[in-house]
Ligand binder design. Structure first.
Ligand code: ATP
Ligand code: MG
Length: 247
């Protein structure tokens, strides 16, 4: 069964269709990338899955449950999702350890000792064992983003949503964050990510979706989308990306 089913999603802003009939199935352990020009609707789609936006039509099923039903418990849905955005949004007045243990303790009611033990384990796994007591402003951008990913992982989500998690980083810091995402894939995490890093996208994605003006124009295995895209607009997009040196 699909972990996530997006079925005929429409989203309007001020009467303008930003998502126009999106269908997408995500299987357990699958890594799905959303690519497309700025404004094509990638972030909006992730925000609909996370219930930060309500949809105007269509349904989204998470583990078979309709999460677009107005009666759904939003907190309960978000408990099953890990979300990381471009801006890291760590709490500046809290240590790395407190940032990572906050949600497990407060939302999932995990005991302090257990939450901290788990947090130390995650920090060690991603090379940040010595940063537990540091504050966010004592870390590099790449380290902060890794903490943000670890924080999202700490609640053991069913699905990770990653929106442009490397785009605020200097090129040399991008690699360390991409390394973390790669390791997540190897551990079997299901992910939907948006990225402008096409080389990485090709490397990590099982499935790539090309969005254009709120429509999912083309979807397929990464290799196929990057080597023989069928839709002329996909070809045009990849050509322009290639020209700008981002592939
Ligand atoms: N809250 C909002 N109110 C009005 N319009 C919005 C809102 N959020 C997004 N939009 C519009 O919806 C369209 C899709 O935006 P979205 O952020 O999903 O694009 P994107 O594909 O993520 O772009 P980028 O690659 O630049 O991140 C854009 O035209 C944007 O201006
Ligand atoms: Mg976006």
């Amino acid at each position: 069964m699909s972990l996530l089913t997006i079925d005929g999603i429409w989203k309007n802003f001020h009467g303008r269709g930003v998502l126009r009939g999106i269908d997408l199935e995500v299987r357990p352990h699958e890594v799905v990338s959303l690519i497309g020009a700025s404004g094509s609707g990638k972030s909006t789609l992730l925000r609909c899955v996370n219930l930060l936006e309500t949809v105007d039509d269509g349904v989204i099923l998470l583990d078979g449950e309709d999460i677009t039903d107005p009666r759904v418990n939003v907190d309960d849905v978000r408990k099953r999702l890990g979300i990381v955005f471009q801006a890291f949004n760590l709490f500046p007045h809290m240590t790395v350890l407190d940032n990572v243990t906050l949600a497990p303790r407060q939302v999932h009611r995990v005991a302090k000792g257990e939450a901290e033990e788990q947090a130390h384990g995650l920090l060690a796994r991603f090379g940040l064992a010595d940063k537990a007591r540091a504050y966010p402003d004592q870390l590099s951008g790449g380290q902060q983003q890794r903490v943000a990913i670890i924080r999202a992982l700490a609640t053991q989500p069913r699905l990770m949503l990653l929106d442009e998690v490397t785009s605020a980083l200097d090129p040399e810091l991008v690699l360390e964050v991409l390394g973390v995402i790669k390791e997540l894939k190897e551990s079997g995490m299901t992910m939907i990510l948006t990225t402008h890093e096409m080389g990485f996208c090709r490397d990590i994605s099982d499935t790539v979706c090309f969005l254009d003006g709120g429509v999912l124009l083309e979807k397929g295995p990464a290799e196929q989308i990057f080597t023989e895209p069928e839709n002329p607009r996909t070809r045009e997009f990849l050509r322009s990306v290639l020209k700008s040196g981002r592939l």
